[in-house]
Design a protein around this ligand. Sequence first.
Ligand code: HEM
Length: 207
Amino acid sequence: MFHTTFYVRRLHSLCGLLVLGMVLFEHIFTNSMAILGPQGLNTALEMMELIPKPIFMGLEIGGIAVPLLFHGIYGIYIAMQAKNNPCNYGYIRNWNFALQRWTAWFLVVFLIWHVGYLRFYVKGVTGTPISFELLQNFFQSPIVVVLYVLGMFAAIFHFCNGITTFCMTWGITKGPRAQSIISIISMGLCAALCAITLIFMGSYFVY
Ligand code: HEM
């Protein structure tokens, strides 16, 4: 029993950092093509369409859906057991621990909306390809823009703080100094990715 929990938790950790981390980077990279305008993003999206359908579906299911469902469902189980105490103690690490859980809850709702609407409804049911123009129209609503920026910030913080906790879980950073250094680097990465997100989201209001 102990061993099962131990290995499932390690798999949850690996899945979050390596698989979902790669998905997040790919997503930010593709979306940042919007900075180049409609043609930049549309070309990037059309290039993905060049991947043969069976391979693309295989990647979507095996590389995104299954790892996300496993990490998300087991993550809900872990988050339900957590005792968040930032107000009692106030240390940065306690705040980060609580934020890791709060962003997880927010991501459950955000990802159901985001994937359900754009991937299943728009692309799947109506058969409309995702394009710069479609997203520009979608972002006409300030509420949608705010929720999307918050969704991206939540995913970025959750992933970057996850780098710090991953290094502790796997014994990569053992002492407090090493842990502080990796935490500073992760939060630097978090700030950089959030800035890139704000820039590419801003593109929809420039072009
Ligand atoms: C679908 C909603 C999600 C839920 C409910 C969730 C839940 C969680 C929870 C509770 C933890 C802490 C695990 C622990 O303390 O042992 C965690 C860790 C982590 N998550 Fe998520 N997560 C979600 C989505 C994501 C996404 C989209 C990514 C990547 C962008 C991600 C990346 C990570 C990483 C890297 C860790 C750190 C692993 C470690 O500490 O070893 N998660 N997640």
